[in-house]
Structures are given as structure tokens and as C-alpha cells.
Design a protein around this ligand. Structure first.
Ligand code: C2E
Ligand code: CA
Ligand code: CA
Length: 654
């Protein structure tokens, strides 16, 4: 097996990152920096040299030695000042400049020291002074090799300059001890060169390995903070950016947090597959990045949620950016020639208005997003304090809902559905009510969504069906009962069997039960929905499509499933947006009903004019306060009795 050299491995890693040059420059800088570390050792060396040469110069009283000694002092002092003054940590000083400066000082110092030592020998200044200088230059040469091994050229150059003049002087003098010394010095040079090179290699490799692992660690951190699909920051990246931004935020600076959630993105994944879903996400990520300010943090928070976080100067600017971001999303996405339309809901919180830390901002933008979704999606919603109050109330409702069933706080009210021709009650819709001991009467719009979110709707729904069936069993056979079903109830295991069991227990004929579903039932998991509808309609249960006109109003569902009724949403009948268009829509739906033999119910009838209008438009049934509000079971029974009694009276009279 070929064993790779560690440096080869390092080079491979560097090549992988394409940063080899940058790295070797960093290694080089670290090595050059080693020349400047511990300036004290440099100062001690210089002082030792100065003392020795001064002693020799003064004792010998030779002019050349005195001059050289003065020169050495000047060089030494300059170097000491420079060593303390030039900071290798200051990135302004280039590596090359530091190196040249060090080389000049080091070489001139070593040369002058060597010259003083050599000259002292040639001038035969006396055995003690000669020993002092030989020892000084040799010690300096050997010591400096170890100290400066990080730059071997400098280290070996200094050694050669410090000892060669001594070696030459020894040869000139030519006595046996001096020639022996000259030979020793000659052998010392290659020996020191080899030692220095070894130390250098070890140094370089360890620095290089340390640098590489630092680079790898940096790279890992970047990866850990990046989303693989879109290349945006992920949750960790967002947290990190938020902490950093908030830490250096100047006083009074505003920040905005935009939390975006793509509407019904699950359908894109389910219908077209995850690879296409990923491409849509990438394209949206690219658009958001391009539309957001340069210094904004744009992140994918997971799934189909994006969070954008940036400084803003005013609420107006924040609104403009929000609109721009949403515009970018709704622009159709083209994938392999297909045109996809994506919509999104957005919740926004602003610092300092809505909160002062990242947790508060996130929580509030999330609440605002929830409101944007509940209000019908595809819209922007700014946080306001009432949302927090709603949340508190929702939490309370959530906590109390389960016990409400057990404590008999819930009851079913019944609202008649009337034949618009004969004026007779044909059915009652069961509508749940909660009489809370402290909060008073709670409307289903407030607690049904909570029951759906928490899954309590399954238990609650079964209870409602059972109660409604029991009440209906007391009514005449031609009066039916309509019960509302939530999507979650239909998806629950054994849902169809549960309904059939409730009918059996109450002794109610299945054809007297009508289940009202909205289009949202068909959006998810159509298989279990189809099964549910199939099993129950075979047993005789009927289905009504509720709130028609508020969702997709797809004719596909009407075609696919056996609906016996369509309930036109009350927004087409009463309320501020009713106009000629709504009338035209009701007429069209009524015509459709007549052709397909389905009954059309107009909801929300409050006045005689509205009743006349929907009857003229072709609706067969009506429901609303004009006829009656939802009433308790005994009043519903009374309404029926009254109707029958009057009927009988009329018959008798007739
Ligand atoms: P929905 O199924 O559309 O029920 C009709 C709603 O319109 C009822 O409100 C009813 O009281 C109201 N309404 C009836 N006539 C008029 C009118 O003339 N004018 C106006 N302005 N409103 C009228 P409610 O009882 O508050 O129920 C609201 C919604 O809560 C229902 O809408 C239904 O979606 C849901 N819900 C109610 N009871 C149940 C239930 O037992 N199970 C489930 N899953 N949902 C329920
Ligand atoms: Ca309904
Ligand atoms: Ca309705």
C-alpha cells in the first residue's frame, strides 16, 4: 500500500478548497512572525555581543575594533527598537517587508560580530579576549540557527557570516590548534544546516496542519449554517446572524423580521414530486435573495418557510420591501416548460416596536403569519398586540376544551333549513355551542379551529354526530339533520364506522343524515376522503358541499363526489360585498343545481328581500336568521310541531 506523505494529504485538502496559495502565504507569515516573537531573546543576544565586543575594543585599544564595535552597537540598538516596534500582527506590514528588514539587521549584525572576532584573532589581542570573541561568535551562530529555523536562509546566512571570519582568521594564523578550530567550524556548518532544515520542516508541517484544520473548521461551520437545497442560511445560520446583528446594533436602529410561508406547497410536492419542489424552492430563494437588501439575512427556516431579517429605516420601507418580496414569489415559476404559480403568506415583526430580542421578534412574526394564514392566506400581516391577546385566549381554550365535553358545557343547537317554495322546514343544521362558566357563550369560530389544531375535533366531532342523530331521531321522518365535518375527522381511522355506529345507537335511518364538508377536505389525502364518502354514501348518508364560492369552487369535486346539495356561502347573500355579480353567481350555481339535480341552499338569509332574491335566482332551500337562529333541541322540536299543527289546521280548514 502506498503511504501518502502528510504534506501530500494537506496539499490535496488545500487543492480541494482552491486556497493553497492563500494558505502557504499564511504559513509563511506565521514562520516570519516567529522571527519577531520573543524580542527579549534577541535583545539578550545583542547585549551579550555588545558587552564582549566593547571589552575587546576597549582592552585592545585598536581603532578598527573600536569602530566596528560602535557600528555593532548602532545595528544592535536599531534592531532592538525595530523588534519591539514592528508588529507582525499588524496586517498592514507586509510579510516580505518584515522579512527584508529582519534579514538586513540579522546579516549586518552577524557579519560585524564575525569581523570583530576574526580581527581580534589576527591582531592577537590576547588569549582571554580571543577566547571571549571565539566563544561569542560561535555561540551566537549556533544559537541563532535554532532561534531562526523558521526562515532557514536567514538562520544559515547569519551562522556563516558570524563564524566564517573566525575560520578564515584561524587558517591565516595556521597553528595546529587554530587549524583544528577552522576544521571544526567547517564541519559545524553542514551539521547545523541539516539540523536547521529538520527543525524548519517540522515547524512548517505543524503550522501548515494547524492552518488546514482551522480552515476545515471554518468550512464546516459555514456548511452547518447553510441550507443544502437553496444555499441560503439555515436555521442555525439565521440564529447566528441574528445574534451578531443584534449585538452590534446602534441605538434606535429599526429591524424587520419577515416570516414567509408558501401556501399549500405540500400540493406541489405531492403532485409533482420532491425534486420539482426543491427546484421551486431554489428559484424562490434566488428571487428573495435578489429582492432583499444586500446586508439582509435571507434564510430557509425549514420546509416551505423563509425568514428575512434586515435593518430598515421606517415602517413604510418595511411595507414596501414586504410587497416586493411577495411580488417576487407570486411571479410564475417555470420548471421544464411548466408554469407554476406559488402564493405565500407573510408575518412581520419590527424591532423595537414589537420586541427587543430575537425570540420576541420570531414569536411575534410567527403570530402575525398565523393571522395571515387564518385570514385566507396570500397576504401580508403586521404583528399587533391583539394577536398576543388572541393567543392567550386560544391557549386557555385549548386547555379547557377537553374538560368542556366531560363537564357538559357544550350543547348542540339546531338551525332550520327551509324549503323556499313551501316555507316548510326540510332539515336542521347542527351547530355546536359552548357555554363557558366564566367566559359566557363561545362561538364555534373561536374554538373549532383550536379543536382542529389540537386534534380534539375527532372526539368532539363524534360527540356532535351522536347528539345530533339522537335529536333527529325524535323528529318526523321527512326532516333530516345536517352535521358539519372537519377534514381531520374524516381522516381519522375508522371515521366512517364511527358515523354508522352513532346512527345505529340513535336508531336514525342513514338517509336522514347529511354531512356538510367544505372544499378544504379534498386538499389533502384524497384517498381516505374518497373512501369515507364512498362507504357512507353506499349506506345512504348524503353529502352537502358547504361554503361554496369561498375556496376554489372547483366543479371537479362536484363531478367526482355524490353531493346532493350545494350551500352557497352567506357572503354572496348578505354583507357588504353583495352586488349584481353575486346575484349572477347565485343564478349560475342554481342553474347548475337544477341541471345536475342537486338542491341549492342559500345561507345567511336575514331579510325578506334576500329570500325573494335567492328564490328568484333559482335556489330551492334557504337558511338564515330570517327564518330562525340556531335553537336548542326542544325549541327545534317545537318549531316542527307548530308547523305540523298549522299544516293540519290548514288541511282541516281546507
Ligand atoms: P357554517 O357551517 O357555515 O354554519 C353557518 C354559520 O352561519 C353558523 O354560525 C350560523 O349561526 C351562521 N348563520 C346562520 N344564519 C345566519 C344569518 O342569517 N346571518 C349570519 N350572519 N350568520 C348566520 P356558527 O354557528 O357560529 O358556526 C360557524 C362555523 O363553525 C360553521 O359555519 C361551521 O363551519 C363551524 N361549526 C359550527 N358547528 C360545528 C360543528 O358541530 N362541527 C364542525 N366541524 N364545525 C362546526
Ligand atoms: Ca355548515
Ligand atoms: Ca356554510
Amino acid at each position: 500500500m502506498v503511504k501518502r506523505h502528510p504534506t501530500a494529504k494537506i496539499k490535496r485538502i488545500l487543492a480541494h478548497f482552491g486556497r493553497g496559495d492563500a494558505l502557504s502565504e499564511r504559513v509563511r507569515r506565521t514562520l516570519v512572525r516567529s522571527l519577531y516573537t520573543q524580542p527579549t531573546s534577541l535583545a539578550i543576544g545583542a547585549l551579550a555581543g555588545l558587552c564582549a565586543t566593547s571589552v575587546v575594543a576597549l582592552s585592545s585599544d585598536n581603532r578598527s575594533l573600536v569602530l566596528l564595535s560602535v557600528l555593532l552597537s548602532i545595528i544592535a540598538i536599531t534592531r532592538i527598537i525595530a523588534a519591539f516596534g514592528l508588529s507582525p500582527d499588524d496586517d498592514g506590514t507586509s510579510t516580505r517587508k518584515l522579512e527584508i528588514f529582519y534579514e538586513l539587521g540579522a546579516f549586518s549584525y552577524a557579519l560585524v560580530l564575525g569581523l570583530i572576532a576574526g580581527l581580534s584573532l589576527l591582531l592577537r589581542v590576547g588569549p582571554q579576549l580571543e577566547v571571549l570573541m571565539i566563544a561569542n561568535s560561535l555561540c551566537y551562530g549556533v544559537g541563532i540557527c535554532a532561534r531562526n529555523a523558521g526562515r532557514p536562509a536567514i538562520a544559515l546566512g547569519q551562522l556563516a557570516l558570524a563564524v566564517c571570519p573566525v575560520m578564515i582568521a584561524c587558517l591565516i594564523i595556521g597553528t595546529l590548534p587554530f587549524v583544528t578550530l577552522a576544521i571544526t567550524i567547517t564541519l559545524l556548518l553542514p551539521a547545523m544546516a541539516s539540523i536547521t532544515m529538520n527543525v524548519f520542516k517540522v515547524l512548517r508541517e505543524s503550522i501548515s496542519a494547524a492552518e488546514t484544520s482551522a480552515l476545515l473548521a471554518d468550512r464546516m461551520q459555514v456548511l452547518a449554517r447553510t441550507d443544502v437545497v437553496t444555499g441560503l442560511a439555515n436555521r442555525a445560520g439565521l440564529n447566528h446572524a441574528m445574534v451578531e446583528t443584534l449585538m452590534d446594533l446602534p441605538d434606535g436602529q429599526m429591524l424587520a423580521l419577515y416570516w414567509l410561508d408558501l401556501d399549500r406547497f405540500k400540493e406541489v410536492n405531492d403532485l409533482l414530486g420532491h425534486p420539482v419542489g426543491d427546484r421551486v424552492l431554489s428559484e424562490i430563494a434566488r428571487r428573495l435573495r435578489a429582492a432583499a437588501p444586500v446586508d439582509a439575512t435571507v434564510s430557509r427556516f425549514g420546509g416551505d418557510e423563509f425568514i428575512i431579517f434586515c435593518e430598515i429605516s421606517s415602517r413604510k420601507e418595511c411595507e414596501q420591501l414586504a410587497a416586493r418580496l411577495l411580488d417576487e414569489i407570486v411571479r410564475p415559476v417555470r420548471i421544464d416548460g411548466d408554469r407554476l404559480e406559488v402564493q405565500a403568506s407573510m408575518g412581520i415583526s419590527i424591532l423595537p416596536e414589537d420586541g427587543n430580542d430575537s425570540d420576541a421578534l420570531m414569536q411575534r412574526a410567527d403570530l402575525a403569519l398565523y393571522h395571515a394564514k387564518v385570514n385566507g392566506r396570500n397576504q401580508i400581516c403586521f404583528y399587533d398586540q391583539s394577536m398576543s391577546r388572541d393567543l392567550v385566549r386560544r391557549r386557555e381554550i385549548e386547555a379547557e376544551l377537553r374538560s368542556a365535553i366531560v363537564n357538559n358545557e357544550l350543547s348542540i343547537f339546531f338551525q332550520p333549513i327551509v324549503d323556499l317554495e313551501s316555507g316548510k322546514i326540510r332539515a336542521f343544521e347542527a351547530l355546536v355551542r359552548w357555554f363557558h362558566p366564566q367566559k359566557g357563550e363561545l362561538k364555534p369560530d373561536e374554538f373549532i379551529p383550536v379543536a382542529e389544531e389540537t386534534g380534539v375535533i375527532v372526539t368532539l366531532g363524534n360527540w356532535i354526530t351522536a347528539q345530533a342523530a339522537k335529536a333527529a331521531a325524535q323528529w318526523p321522518d321527512d326532516v333530516t339533520i345536517a352535521v358539519n365535518l372537519s377534514p381531520l375527522q374524516i381522516k381519522a381511522p375508522g371515521a366512517a364506522l364511527g358515523v354508522l355506529a352513532a346512527l345505529r345507537d340513535a336508531g336514525l335511518d342513514p338517509c336522514r343524515l347529511e354531512l356538510e364538508v367544505t372544499e378544504s377536505v379534498f386538499l389533502e389525502d384524497s384517498q381516505s376522503t374518497s373512501h369515507f364518502i364512498e362507504v357512507l354514501s353506499q349506506a345512504g348518508v348524503r353529502f352537502a358541499l358547504d361554503d361554496f364560492g369561498t375556496g376554489y369552487s372547483s366543479l371537479g369535486y362536484i363531478h367526482k363526489y355524490p353531493f346532493s346539495k350545494i350551500k352557497v356561502d352567506r357572503s354572496f347573500v348578505s354583507g357588504p360585498n353583495v352586488d349584481r355579480k353575486s346575484d349572477a353567481i347565485i343564478r349560475a350555481v342554481a342553474e347548475l343545481g337544477a341541471t345536475l339535480e342537486m338542491e341549492i341552499v342559500a345561507e345567511g338569509l336575514e331579510t325578506i328581500e334576500q329570500v325573494q332574491a335567492v328564490r328568484d335566482a333559482g335556489c330551492t332551500l334557504g337558511q338564515g336568521y330570517y327564518f330562525s337562529r340556531a335553537v336548542p333541541d326542544y325549541l327545534a322540536a317545537m318549531l316542527l310541531t307548530k308547523e305540523r299543527v298549522t299544516d293540519d289546521g290548514r288541511k282541516l280548514a281546507g
